[in-house]
Design a protein around this ligand. Structure first.
Ligand SMILES: C=C(C[SeH])C(=O)N1CCC[C@H]1C(=O)O
Ligand SMILES: [Zn+2]
Length: 599
């Protein structure tokens, strides 16, 4: 009878889940060994481990198919079976599976080991992305030097990945179809459990809500860059050249804050200087982040974390420097790998990565199959939500990273501007990255027009143009880690929206934010040491992916959908200031078509 069958199904699926955990632990160790020591030998060992895992998963999948789990009474049991009913890339035949793993590993190692030559001394050709190129790009105010770094990096890390990427798309789409998805775009979007093309409609609606604010910020920044570099480099009504924004991908413009902020005579609030003068180390950054989470009654990092993590770039080998947080699915082994530099940006990244570890810890009691974010955006939002409190002037004063004067109107605008250069600017970038790849996976973007379509999106969404003309010899999308490393990107777009919904709810719970109370403003909220906020955050995070993400979001915020209202409320004073300022200077809002050639 059904009762007995369901009981048998329960026995089976929990047994399968346990063995899945052991497999993920084993492959994770090989993957860590490869990412933290890039050698041919380690790549082969990792791929071999992945092949064994995929063969075991295939056998398990055949068994799972025998159960009529759709008729089971228990919701959790049905949800576990549903997740295990998708085999994933292991559905590919062994040879194709191996080829796909190799393509991804080769793109990833090309990106991780790419080197370029200096602008000034062309004989010095050992610049890596982290820390050298990133630091130069953050500090240089020489358009020619920035152009050189931009062009060389996009050649080494982007163009060189074009052929591997093209083959990867074909194989990855084959895997999608074997999992009953139309293509990889359909597969990636299924992670958000939205019906039909609803997820893309949600993304479009968010952009519609945020675009006016972005256009005001874009217009203001373009004017300040024109003031600095002249109108022969920055036009009055065109897109902004992408190499002048302090970041290789123009995804965050924080590094140009110092010479573009609204009130330059107000004290600089860039904590990089104070971190350096206070002899901050990578370890201190991690300890401070750990302490913040503990102040909320969240979990402390376990002993293995401090023992096994890599928080500084090794000098004796090549590693994947792009920051990452790892769950080894055994309830004790959690790690971060990061090539830390001592600066504001990395301090934020430390909190971002520690947020991943907090989530791993809080759901480590769940079955393996539920040890993931409620949706991928949730995982990216945990650390950033905490970092919104850490980056408040109130908190920075608390920890001695800024001194003195309480908030006056102008300082508050400077603060919101600094936050906006991170959070508002990022949205059209993230939207462009996966709009581009959705088109590639669907076939509406073919290899012949990869770069043309990429720059059409960059221009229409971000209002940027390439510093030099582009052709289809180039492949600029792969100059971004996540495109070379096969990491989906809409998760960050979602994260940068929901983190403000989380932040607002936490701030109210902490008594730090009271709507309409000028002494309890959202921009000044710091939930540090609030047990009430921490407990509410934990109640959502400990659910992992055991329930659809609207249920998780509702637990903390009372809302069941992602909406831009949190972000827009946070930035409202800046939006008003920007509108008035652009009116005052008569700045053209938006951008006319670029004169650069890229199609
Ligand atoms: C820090 C990570 C590792 Se999940 C990252 O890739 N982030 C964090 C913010 C956006 C995105 C990026 O760097 O492009
Ligand atoms: Zn992340």
């Amino acid at each position: 009878d059904l009762e007995a069958l369901e009981l048998e199904g329960r026995e089976y699926i929990f047994q399968l889940d346990k063995s899945a955990g052991a497999r993920k632990n084993k492959v994770g160790i090989f993957e860590w060994d490869y990412y933290s020591n890039i050698t041919k030998e380690n790549e082969e060992k990792w791929i071999q481990a992945r092949i064994e895992q995929s063969q075991q998963e295939k056998r398990a999948w055949e068994e799972t198919k025998m159960y009529r789990w759709q008729d089971f009474q228990d919701f959790t049991l049905r949800r576990m079976f549903k997740k295990y009913s998708k085999l994933g890339v292991s559905a590919l035949p062994d040879e194709k599976y191996k080829q796909l793993m190799k393509l991804i590993a080769d793109m990833e190692s090309n990106y991780a080991t790419a080197k370029i030559c200096e602008y000034k001394d062309r004989s010095k050709c050992n610049l890596s992305l982290e820390p050298e190129i990133t630091d130069l790009f953050a500090k240089s105010q020489d358009p020619e030097e920035l152009k050189h770094l931009w062009v060389e990096w996009h050649k080494e890390a982007g163009a060189k990945a074009r052929n591997n990427f093209t083959e990867y798309v074909g194989l990855y789409n084959e895997a999608a179809k074997l999992n009953d998805y139309k293509d990889v775009a359909d597969w990636w979007q299924s992670e958000y459990e939205a019906d039909a093309d609803n997820f893309e409609q949600q993304l479009a609606k968010i952009w519609e809500d945020v675009k006016p604010l972005y256009q005001q910020l874009h217009a203001y920044v373009r004017k300040r860059l024109r003031d600095k570099y002249g109108d022969h480099i920055v036009s009055a009504r065109g897109p902004i050249p992408a190499h002048l924004l302090g970041n290789m991908w123009a995804q965050s413009w924080n590094n140009i804050q110092s010479f573009t902020r609204p009130y330059p005579d107000k004290k600089e609030i860039d904590i990089t200087q104070s971190m350096k003068s206070q002899n901050y180390t990578a370890l201190k950054m991690f300890q401070m982040s750990d302490e913040f989470f503990r102040s909320l009654n969240l979990s402390a990092m376990p002993p293995k974390f401090w023992k096994n993590s890599i928080i500084e770039k090794p000098t004796d080998r090549e590693i994947v420097c792009h920051a990452s947080a790892w769950d080894f699915y055994d309830g004790e082994d959690f790690r971060i790998k990061m090539c830390s530099s001592i600066n504001r940006e990395n301090f934020k990244t430390v909190h971002h990565e520690m947020g991943h570890i907090q989530y791993y810890l809080l759901y480590s009691h769940l079955p393996i199959v539920f040890r993931e974010g409620a949706n991928p955006g949730f995982h990216e939002a945990v650390g950033d939500t905490i970092a919104l409190s850490v980056s408040s002037p109130k908190h920075l004063r608390r920890v001695g990273l800024t001194t003195g004067d309480a908030e006056d109107e102008q300082t508050e605008i400077n603060q919101l501007y600094k936050m906006g250069l991170d959070k508002i600017v990022f949205l059209p970038f993230a939207y462009a990255i996966d709009q581009f790849r959705y088109g590639v996976f669907r076939g509406s973007t073919t290899p012949e027009d990869y770069n043309c379509h990429y720059w059409k999106l960059r221009e229409s969404l971000q209002g940027l143009e390439p510093p030099v003309n582009r052709t289809e010899e180039d492949f600029d999308a792969a100059a971004k880690y996540h495109v070379s490393a096969n990491v989906e990107y809409a998760r960050y777009y979602v994260s940068f929206i929901i983190q403000f919904q989380f932040h607002r709810a936490l701030c109210q719970l902490a008594g730090e934010y009271v709507p309409e109370d000028l002494n309890k403003k959202l921009v000044d909220c710091d939930i540090y040491q609030s047990i009430a906020a921490g407990n509410a955050f934990a109640n959502m995070l400990k659910m992992g992916s055991s329930k659809p993400w609207p249920d998780a979001m509702e637990v903390l915020t009372g809302q069941r959908s992602m909406k831009a209202d949190g972000l827009l409320e946070y930035f409202r004073p800046l939006y008003e200031w920007l509108q008035a300022e652009n009116q005052r200077t008569g700045e053209y809002i938006g951008w006319e078509p670029s004169k650069m050639q890229y199609c």
